[in-house]
Design a protein around this ligand. Sequence first.
Ligand code: HEC
Ligand code: HEC
Length: 203
Amino acid sequence: MRRALPLLGALLLLAGCGTGGKAPAHADQANGQKLFTSSGCGGCHVLAAAGSQGTTGPNLDYAFAGSKEQGFKLSTIENVVLDQIREANPPMPKNLVKGQNAVDVAAYVAAVAGTGSANAKPPSALGNDGKTIFQSECASCHTLAAAKATGTIGPNLDQLKPAEAIVKHQVENGGSVMSAFKGKLTAAQIAAVAKFVSSSAGK
Ligand code: HEC
Ligand code: HEC
């Protein structure tokens, strides 16, 4: 909650220098929601409304709940998210979504972040479809054509073609910047994503 304040302060300064930009008037939040998952934001960020559980980046519900309570305008929060998408530092890739798509994602995040448990979905909301789980939790870091994933932080899975048992082990235990998913995903979800990766990699 508290950590959003310096960031908003920085944004207001930026806006003062004329680089912050105005919040765009027209945004398609449904498109933003789709892109939040498919472009991999959820692989690194918790956002309850999107059911995402990534822990590499800050929890976006916590990041913006405080600013909302304090009555910051949604357009201000939207601009914070948009600036972050454009000016991200590693490991968050810059311009993961661009143009209108970036605007849509920013509007979606601003609208749902910190909206509390009414919208909170457990990771089980992702269901047991390996591809859906991959797109939400893994795509930000791995390339896998079958999931239209182009992440480059972890190994390219089309080239690696890992066996099911190797994927399962890696997902359960993690390694380097990849967090362990045991306890975040159910056993059935881990099995489903392992099966999806091993059966679709390199095809
Ligand atoms: C590979 C992991 C990764 C991906 C993918 C990623 N982020 Fe991030 N994100 C981070 C990290 C790490 C930080 C904190 C470091 C920083 O501020 O640059 C961060 C910071 C942020 C912040 C600032 C929150 C705060 O409290 O400071 C926002 C907003 C954000 N990301 C939104 C997004 C959105 C939207 C997407 C998808 C378009 C996305 N991120 C994709 C890792 C990621
Ligand atoms: C924040 C980035 C990140 C996310 C999210 C992520 N990975 Fe990884 N992954 C990595 C990195 C970095 C490595 C290489 C380091 C290592 O092997 O420990 C890796 C390694 C792997 C490997 C290779 C293991 C081996 O023994 O060669 C597989 C398979 C894998 N990840 C699958 C997944 C799956 C499936 C998901 C989603 C459930 C996922 N990863 C999520 C970054 C990530």
